[in-house]
Each structure stands twice: as C-alpha cells, then as structure tokens.
Design a protein around this ligand. Structure first.
Ligand SMILES: *[C@@H]1O[C@H](CO)[C@@H](O)[C@H](O)[C@H]1NC(C)=O
Ligand SMILES: *[C@@H]1O[C@H](CO)[C@@H](O)[C@H](O)[C@H]1NC(C)=O
Ligand SMILES: *[C@@H]1O[C@H](CO)[C@@H](O)[C@H](O)[C@H]1NC(C)=O
Ligand SMILES: *[C@@H]1O[C@H](CO)[C@@H](O)[C@H](O)[C@H]1NC(C)=O
Ligand SMILES: CC(=O)N[C@H]1CO[C@H](CO)[C@@H](O)[C@@H]1O
Length: 456
C-alpha cells in the first residue's frame, strides 16, 4: 500500500486484496447513518472545491484461492452497494474521500465509501470544520488560570524536556507513546521488538513508555541498546492527575483512588492503560501504539486516524474499531469524547468495554456530528490478521499449498499494512517457526537484528 498524501491528498492503495474482510466476525452497529451519508454525498457533489482523497483499489490480478481456504470462512459476498463515487475507472476503482478545507457552516461529512470492483474495501472519513481551535483555546486558558501557582509538575517537566531536548537536536518529528502497566520482568523481547520496529520505520521519532516499572534503573538498562544507537526512547511514570486535570475523568480517578469505583474482576491495569493512552494523546498529541504492534512503515502521512478491526460483511462499513493504534492531534475533540465516555461508562467487569468497544461506541455516536475530523482506516492497515487467526502468522510452511498461502499473505501485509497487531493475549506463547510470516516481518523490521527475534 502506498499511502501518499501529497498536496492533492491522493492516497493510493494498490493491490488491496479481497480477503482481508474475512476477519469480520462481529456484526455490530448498523446505525442508520445511511441517510446522513447520502445527504453528505449530495452535499459533497455540490462542493467541487473540496479537497479530495482518492484511494485506488486495483483488483488483484491473481487473488489466489488458497488464501481464502486458509484464512477465511466462505462468506457470501452480497455486495450491497452503498456508495460509489467512482464509476469510470478501468483498472481500479477509486474510493473518494472528500475533505472540505475551511468551509463556512459545513456539515460533517461522513464518508462511507466502497469500491465497486472490490466491495470488501471500505473506508470512512469524518470531517467537519468545527474541529477548530476555539474550544481548545478556551480549555488552554482554563489550564493557565487554574495551573498558575500550582507546584511545578515533575511529570510535565520530564515530558517537556524529553520532547524538546536540545541534545536530541529537536528532532522529535514523531511523538510515540506506549503504556506498560505490568511488571518489569514481563517486559520481554516481544515488547523490545515492537520498539525496534517503531524506530526502524521512524528513526527520527521519540518514544515515551508510560510506565512506573520501566521508569527505573532496571528499565533504563533494558532500553540501553536503544540509547546507544542514538534512538530517543525513555520511560516515565504516568501522572494521572496531571493528564486528566480538567477532564471529566479527573473525578473518576479521584473516586478510584478513594475506593468508590469497583475496579471489577478484570485487572485494573489494562483498563488504566485504556484511559492513559487517551490522556496522553489528548495532552500531547502523537501516535499511541500497544506494545504488541509491529510497525512496518512510516506513519508520517497519517493524521487523526483510528483503525477498524473488523468490517461488516454485508454493509462493508466497520463493525469494530480498536484502540491499539491511534494517531491524533493534541486536544482533538474525539479524544475528549473517548475520555468522557470512559469516565461515564466504566465497567471493570466487561471485557473490552473500556477499550475497543469504547472507541467503537463513541465513533459511531459522533460520526454524524459537527466538530470531528478523523479517518477510520480499514483492518488491513493495522489489524491485517484477526485475533482469532493470529497463530497463522507464526506457523512455518506445512505443505506446498500452505507455503504458497504464506507467501501471498506475507506479500499482502508487506505491501499494504502499516503495522501488525500481534494480539499478545492470543499469541504470547507462540513460537516463531522457521519460514513463518512473522519471521520474515521481523527480519524486515529489526534494528538490532539479534537472534532473539527467532524466539519471540
Ligand atoms: C453501514 O451501512 C449501512 C448501509 O449499508 C447503513 O445503513 C448504516 O448506517 C451504516 N453504519 C454505520 C455505522 O455507518
Ligand atoms: C481534516 O483533516 C484533514 C486531514 O488531516 C485535513 O487536511 C483537513 O484540513 C481537516 N479539516 C478541518 C476542517 O480541520
Ligand atoms: C543537529 O542538526 C544539525 C543540522 O540539521 C546537524 O548538522 C547535526 O549533525 C545535528 N546534531 C546531532 C547531534 O544530531
Ligand atoms: C497443508 O497444510 C495445511 C496447514 O497445516 C493444512 O490445513 C492442509 O490440509 C494441508 N494440505 C495438504 C494438501 O496437505
Ligand atoms: C472493562 C474492561 O475494559 N476491562 C478490561 C480490564 O482489563 C482486562 C485485562 O487486563 C481486560 O480484559 C478488560 O477488558
């Protein structure tokens, strides 16, 4: 996949193959946005001045049948035509995103776009003019007022220093965040590899690992090989009070500390991580990655992006988003909504309720509204293999058919995915077999290229 957003904002995704949608095993929200979609399309057609994103989706010449037999259930392809703005493409169908630049009184455009030739590809762009600095400015001045006179916050100083450090030549072109709420002993080779892949694709990135355990001499020792290579990574203990000051989650955190919130049966750590990532992006802006996300290529062209984990086989619009990869500007209103939702609906007893389900809920709720400007990328971007099939990445070739399948899946991921979420919970114990897809990926994405890769 070439994602090339140049001045004309043209995104080309070549060789999008037809099977990635098969990870759709959820059929979730089918909110009736159809009307809104149609309206905004008409609206768009009326506004030729819109900046237009094209996603070109050539139909793969040789979509190999083996692929579907390995990774997919045979799902009937009832192509319910949703929206197709492109009709005249010969070799590829175009998916058009339209983004209005500075429109006066513009309604939110929710673009659900679908390729005609390849109905499995769906993408969405939400945008509107109301994502503007006014609300942010108000918030900022509030921070100023309330913040003045408060004791100097160590956390914010450390963050400032790290991102602005002279010794780094001010070269923090990309701000990355990870969170690590577990013990230092469990920060293993896989996590270190995720960091390698991040720097392989972004040598001028800066990574902060939000972690109390890693923010220690032992943690620094783990990160030492990165320092020695001149890569900009550090670990900082999170300060929830600082991050969520003036958000509705402040009260939630206070209550939690006072023991008035039932953390539930599930570990609070994961759930705090779900909240923490939102606060980090809201406060600083940048790219959040789970520690089991292998980065394959630069995210440099992406802004305000969240990824779909699954799409609905029938409607071709997304059915579940995931929060393992998020790229947002500082103060983005969608982040605020996520934080708000977390504070208002926290339920420590339901799996995923405060994480992937949360972002899905909020995005489907705000998608018709003014004031939000973001893009949902298709599963292939960050979640090319569904969690239930993640094992297939770790297997070496079993026979000729399987070998062919491995190769084409590998090519697909290499050419079209930006990252691969390894779904650690499912894959942690798996061995990387000789000739497996993940082994190839690791040899492409390593910085140190140690033999430990083989053990992941
Ligand atoms: C998905 O598409 C269907 C039409 O095919 C539409 O009715 C529905 O509102 C869409 N769902 C979302 C969440 O946009
Ligand atoms: C929405 O986001 C796109 C892509 O990042 C950007 O080009 C556009 O200017 C934004 N629109 C508004 C109104 O902020
Ligand atoms: C800092 O940037 C300058 C100019 O871009 C470059 O010449 C110099 O080598 C850089 N220094 C370090 C320490 O990276
Ligand atoms: C090849 O290996 C795959 C994966 O183990 C297996 O599912 C399939 O049945 C095998 N096919 C043949 C022809 O042996
Ligand atoms: C409600 C909720 O999201 N709970 C999460 C808390 O953390 C555990 C795992 O650590 C998750 O499985 C739950 O989904």
């Amino acid at each position: 996949m070439d994602i090339v957003i140049n001045n004309t904002k043209r995104i080309t995704i070549s060789n999008l193959s037809p099977f990635f949608h098969h990870c759709c095993n959820f059929q979730l929200t089918k909110r009736s946005l159809y009307a809104i979609v149609s309206c905004s399309l008409l609206f768009l057609l009326a506004y030729n001045s819109s900046t237009v994103f094209y996603i070109q989706v050539p139909v793969p010449a040789n979509s190999s049948p083996e692929i579907s037999s390995f990774l997919t259930e045979n799902v009937a392809r009832k192509s319910r035509k949703l929206v197709s703005l492109s009709s005249s493409t010969k070799r590829s169908s175009s998916i058009i995103y339209a983004v209005k630049e500075e429109p006066p009184r513009q309604k939110t455009n929710t673009q659900l776009t679908i390729s005609r030739k390849n109905p499995n590809f769906v993408s969405f762009t939400y945008n509107s003019m109301a994502y503007n600095p006014r609300r942010r400015r108000e918030k900022k001045s509030l921070v100023k007022v309330l913040g003045s006179g408060a004791r100097i916050n160590e956390f914010s100083l450390r963050m400032k220093e790290f991102f602005g450090a002279k010794s780094y030549n001010n070269s923090c072109k990309y701000r990355f965040f990870m969170t690590w709420i577990s013990s230092i002993e469990s920060f293993g080779e896989r996590e270190q590899f995720a960091i390698e892949s991040l720097f392989k694709a972004h040598s001028n990135g800066c990574l902060v690992i939000m972690s109390t355990s890693m923010d220690s001499p032992k943690g620094m020792k783990i990160l030492k090989p990165f320092f020695e290579k001149g890569l900009k990574v550090t670990a900082v203990s999170p300060d929830f009070n600082y991050l969520f000051k003036h958000t509705i989650a402040q009260g939630w955190i206070d209550s939690l500390m006072e023991g008035n919130i039932d953390p539930g049966e599930v570990s609070i750590g994961q759930n705090l991580s779900n909240l923490l990532r939102l606060g980090l992006l809201y406060k600083f802006g940048g790219i959040y990655l789970d520690t089991d996300v292998i980065v394959l290529r630069s995210f440099g062209k992406l802004r305000n992006v969240i990824g779909a984990q699954t799409i609905d086989v029938e409607t071709r619009n997304w059915s579940r988003l995931n929060n393992a990869v998020m790229i947002f500007d500082k103060g983005h209103p969608l982040l605020y909504k996520f934080i708000e939702e977390f504070a208002l609906t926290f339920d420590g007893n339901k799996w995923g309720h405060n994480g992937p389900y949360l972002v899905s809920r909020v995005v489907s709720r705000v998608s018709g509204r003014d004031g939000y400007n973001f893009t949902v990328l298709p599963p292939l971007a960050f979640y090319p293999v569904d969690w239930s099939r993640i094992g297939s990445l770790f297997l070496g070739p079993r026979n000729e058919t399987h070998s062919k399948w491995l190769l084409s899946k590998l090519r697909q991921i290499q050419s079209q995915s930006l990252a691969v979420h390894l779904w650690n919970k499912q894959s942690r114990g798996l061995k990387v077999e000789e000739g497996s897809i993940i082994q190839h990926i690791m040899s492409d994405c390593c910085v140190f290229c140690n033999s430990y890769a083989a053990k992941l």
